[in-house]
Structures are given as structure tokens and as C-alpha cells.
Write a new protein. Structure first.
Length: 176
């Protein structure tokens, strides 16, 4: 597959009509059983047939039968890093033999359980480790260039590193 050929008309369009390059990503809850306090179903609006089931982590009373929201966050980074790396490799004409992305984070459940102000609620540090083996690269120079490029163009990695403003609003209504 030629990534360059697939992207060429997009690049041309974005050059001619820059406003079309701005994409709005929307993920929404998908109903599910609202009487179940331990699970949720979410999905991207542009793919209505795709639903991700999530659950509370066992460390806060969850059943451990579905990825928690922290897993989904780390999974987004792993997926973005791997897809970006694969696309960059395809553009560079590099054959990947092996690829593994591992994302880790420590989280203190006491913050989520409201056990005191001294405990953070969210993740404070994330480690993303990517290992790649490519064909015809005895001294590792091409692999290093590939990893640098993939790191540079990974949307989720850049978002987490640079931070992003989040406007969170909760509207509560009473049922009639």
C-alpha cells in the first residue's frame, strides 16, 4: 500500500482549502444500562457501529471485566504511536519485522475513592516504550530515524506532552 498515494489528494485539498483539514472528533456515550454503575459504552460518532465497553477498575470496586478509562487513554497512545510508526515506515519504504508499543502509568486509587486531599485523582506520568525491528538496518540508523519521525507525528503523544485545554461541563436535570 502506498501511503503517499493515499495522502496525495488529501494534501492537495488541504493546501487549496485549509479549513477542510480541521477535523472534529466526537466520542459519545452509547446508552447501555444506566442502572449499572460499573460499566459504560462509548463510541465515535463517525462510526456508529463501533462501541467500546468500559468499566470501573477493580481498585475502585469494578469487576475487572472491561478496560477502565485509564486503559482507554493509554490504549489511545499505544494505538496512535503504532499506527503513526507503521504509516511513517510505509512512507519511508521501511519494512517492519517486529513492533511492540507498551504504555504504562501509575495511578493512585485513593484519589478516586476520595480518601483525602493529598492523593491525586489522575495519572501523573506516562511511559511509552516502542521497540521496532526493521529489515536491512544492521547499525540501527534507519530504525532510529523512523522512531524519531513517528514520535514527532503521533497526535496523542503530542497532545499529552503539550497539554490541552479541557472544557468539562455537567448539566443535571430532574425527571418530570
Amino acid at each position: 500500500m502506498s501511503i503517499r498515494e493515499r495522502q496525495a489528494p488529501l494534501r492537495e485539498r488541504y493546501q487549496q482549502e485549509p479549513e477542510t483539514a480541521i477535523q472534529r472528533l466526537v466520542v459519545e456515550s452509547r446508552g447501555g444500562d444506566v442502572a449499572d454503575p460499573l460499566h459504560a459504552e462509548i463510541g465515535p460518532t463517525w462510526l456508529p457501529s463501533v462501541t467500546w465497553r468500559t468499566g470501573a477498575h477493580p481498585a475502585v470496586g469494578g469487576e475487572g471485566d472491561a478496560p477502565c478509562s485509564g486503559d482507554v487513554l493509554l490504549g489511545a497512545l499505544a494505538a496512535c504511536q503504532e499506527i503513526t510508526l507503521r504509516m511513517v515506515a510505509a512512507n519511508m519504504g521501511i519494512e517492519i519485522r517486529e513492533l511492540r508499543v507498551t504504555v504504562e502509568a501509575d495511578w493512585d486509587a485513593r484519589g478516586t475513592l476520595a480518601m483525602g486531599r493529598g492523593f491525586p485523582v489522575g495519572i501523573r506520568a506516562i511511559t511509552c516504550h516502542t521497540e521496532v525491528t526493521i529489515a536491512e538496518d544492521a547499525n540501527g540508523e534507519r530504525a532510529e530515524r523512523l522512531l524519531r519521525s513517528a514520535e514527532r507525528y503521533c497526535v496523542v503523544l503530542d497532545t499529552l506532552r503539550t497539554g490541552v485545554d479541557v472544557d468539562a461541563r455537567i448539566d443535571v436535570r430532574g425527571a418530570a
